[in-house]
Ligand binder design. Structure first.
Ligand SMILES: O=C(CO)COP(=O)(O)O
Length: 157
């Protein structure tokens, strides 16, 4: 079976996010991998999504722009189990007004064991992984012990 056909049979929900200084890099990366990415359901924060749709023949579910809450929207989708992979080219050189949101997104992706690529090399590894073309979903931690602890705290107060 052709590589792209395998992707078609196992579509994943992929979130694409890039800071302004990284948008060119994201556009180049998405363009290079468009034949694969178009087999999947793509989400993006507002400006990243608009840029990709404008330049490439891709359908993207656009969320709010990052500084207006887009990172938090991606985070919310992660907590409800709607995102299989996050490609987040964040800018390591510029402080941003919504840095707390950026940190929160990276944290919640770690909490829910979502595969995350923060640079192009890692994104290459993820997109070329044989797991992309399989019926693979990342395992979700149980956290029951954590819920019990929280319940106990709530009950003793
Ligand atoms: O700021 C972002 C992520 O933190 C990205 O948002 P935009 O895609 O709207 O530029």
């Amino acid at each position: 079976m052709k590589y792209t056909q395998r992707h078609m049979n196992h579509p994943k929900h992929i979130a694409l996010v890039a800071h302004d200084n990284k948008k060119k890099e994201m556009l180049a990366w998405v363009s290079e991998h468009a034949p694969i990415l178009e087999q999947h359901h793509l989400y993006a924060t507002g400006t990243t999504g608009a840029l990709l749709e404008h330049n490439l023949d891709l359908t993207i579910e656009k969320l709010i722009s990052g500084p207006l809450g887009g990172d938090q929207q991606v985070g919310a989708l992660i907590t409800e189990g709607s995102i299989d992979m996050l490609i987040f080219f964040w800018d390591p050189f510029e402080p941003l007004p919504h840095d707390p949101d950026v940190k929160a997104l990276l944290r919640i992706a770690a909490v829910w064991n979502v595969p995350v690529a923060c640079n192009q090399a890692t994104a290459d590894f993820l997109i070329q992984s044989p797991l992309m073309g399989e019926n693979y979903t990342h395992s979700v931690p149980d956290y029951e012990h954590y819920r019990i602890k929280r319940r106990n705290i709530a009950e003793t107060n």
